[in-house]
Design a protein around this ligand. Structure first.
Ligand code: FAD
Length: 114
């Protein structure tokens, strides 16, 4: 454990933890601080599961989600644990719902099976 650090990240929820992980991977000496113990239930990142998906109506979000999928797989490899279970997704609504058409268009533009 180094005694000095290049960067301090405050908040060890999923965002701070991911930030600290990538900074450490990039070679920085990072300390990650939280006011509570790891895995506490007083923030937003508690519990067993979260949904991650590609179904957005904005291409930028799809690109970010794809990058996140890759990073979750990296984290699985580093931890030796299955962290992400990939399934199909279901979006539903009225046939004339504009957002459904936008999601479909984003899928097709990204060559995601739909
Ligand atoms: C019930 C629920 C279900 C959700 N479902 C989904 C989902 O399916 N898919 C999805 O993508 N998102 C989902 N979200 C949202 C997602 O969980 C949050 O966006 C994410 O966890 C936020 O992470 P965070 O690190 O920003 O915040 P947090 O997890 O809240 O982490 C912030 C950390 O900062 C610490 N902190 C704050 N102030 C200080 C301080 N002054 N000093 C030291 N430490 C401090 C806190 O203790 C905490 O640990 C859900 C959220 C909830 C609550």
């Amino acid at each position: 454990m180094p005694r000095t650090f290049d960067i301090t990240v405050v908040g060890a929820g999923v965002m701070g933890s991911a930030t600290a992980w990538r900074l450490a991977k990039a070679g920085h000496r990072v300390q990650l601080l939280d006011q509570h113990a790891p895995g506490h239930g007083l923030g937003s990142s508690h519990g067993d599961s979260r949904i991650i998906r590609l179904a957005y109506d904005t291409p930028d979000y799809v690109a970010l989600a794809r990058a996140a999928f890759d990073l979750w797989r990296d984290l699985e490899a580093a931890s030796g644990k299955t962290l992400m279970v990939q399934t199909g997704g279901l979006d539903f609504g009225r046939p004339d719902a504009e957002v459904l058409a936008e999601i479909e268009a984003t899928y097709r533009a990204g060559r995601i099976p739909v």
